[in-house]
Design a protein around this ligand. Structure first.
Ligand code: GLP
Length: 242
């Protein structure tokens, strides 16, 4: 059973998770963080940047692995997750850029990219703390409904709903790529601690299915029930269907 924490708002969730990450870094200066993109984790990154500055936390050895990436965006596109992770995480937190990896979404060599990423995570000793958001479809990373619960990092097709949800980051919905490369559900489940966050009513159905629904590939978030150490942080609205 996951630990469910209902928080007043996003800022409180960000503070709680930032505190857990700072404690982890004190215990393990080369901690391996699993990094999520999207709007949900931004309060964590903001709070963490503040704590790192205020408390002069040494983060030079901290390593990171992003969950996912679009396939086929031009190099340097500002909405590629490589660029987003650099802008929202690596630079504000002062992490060492070479120690933070994002799956390689370049179509040239894409057939090796999943296995390479898995090997890099394994070589790093696995992820200590994985930050997760959840999509309205119930996706974690970009594992849309139907993804095998044992899946590893691979190329997937985005659902129309997810492309529309993410169109807000692009000039037009047509610009949202059709494909992505994402850690699999099996990859995510190997992290030692999963921290899933969700805010707002639009996420209430996905949260209820993840926390109390049947464990099924039809609801990728439900895979968290297979993991022994999960913390779910939600506001009242996202918790409203629990
Ligand atoms: C995105 C990401 C996911 C994220 C989810 C929710 O497309 N690939 O990792 O958790 O969808 O996004 P948001 O936090 O913006 O609602």
């Amino acid at each position: 059973m996951a630990e469910i924490v209902i928080v007043p708002g996003e800022a409180e969730a960000g503070d709680l998770v930032a505190g857990a990450i700072v404690d982890l870094i004190h215990r393990k200066p080369d901690a391996v963080l699993g990094l999520a993109t999207g709007s949900t984790p931004l309060p964590i990154y903001r709070a963490l940047a503040q704590r790192i500055r205020d408390e002069s936390v040494d983060v030079r050895g901290v390593r990171g692995f992003a969950l996912d990436e679009y396939v086929g965006l031009p190099a340097g596109h500002p909405e590629s997750y490589r660029a987003v992770i650099r802008r929202e995480v690596v630079d504000p937190l002062g992490l060492t850029p070479e120690l933070v990896r994002v799956p390689n979404g370049d179509p040239a060599g894409i057939e090796h990219a999943g296995a390479d990423y898995e090997a890099a995570i394994t070589a790093a000793g696995g992820v200590d703390l994985q930050i997760l958001g959840i999509g309205r479809t119930g996706h974690i990373g970009f594992n849309e409904p139907g993804s095998s619960l044992a899946s590893l990092t691979r190329v997937k097709t985005l659902t129309e709903e997810t492309r529309l949800d993410n169109a807000r980051f692009f000039d037009s919905p047509d610009e949202v790529p059709m494909h992505c490369i994402t850690q699999g559900i099996g990859t995510i489940l190997r992290a030692r601690h999963l921290v899933l966050l969700a805010f707002g009513e639009a996420k209430a159905g996905a949260i209820a299915a993840a926390v109390e629904g049947a464990v099924s590939a039809a609801q990728p978030g439900s895979a968290i029930q297979l993991h022994p150490h999960v913390t779910v942080l939600v506001d009242e609205a996202a918790a409203s269907k629990l």
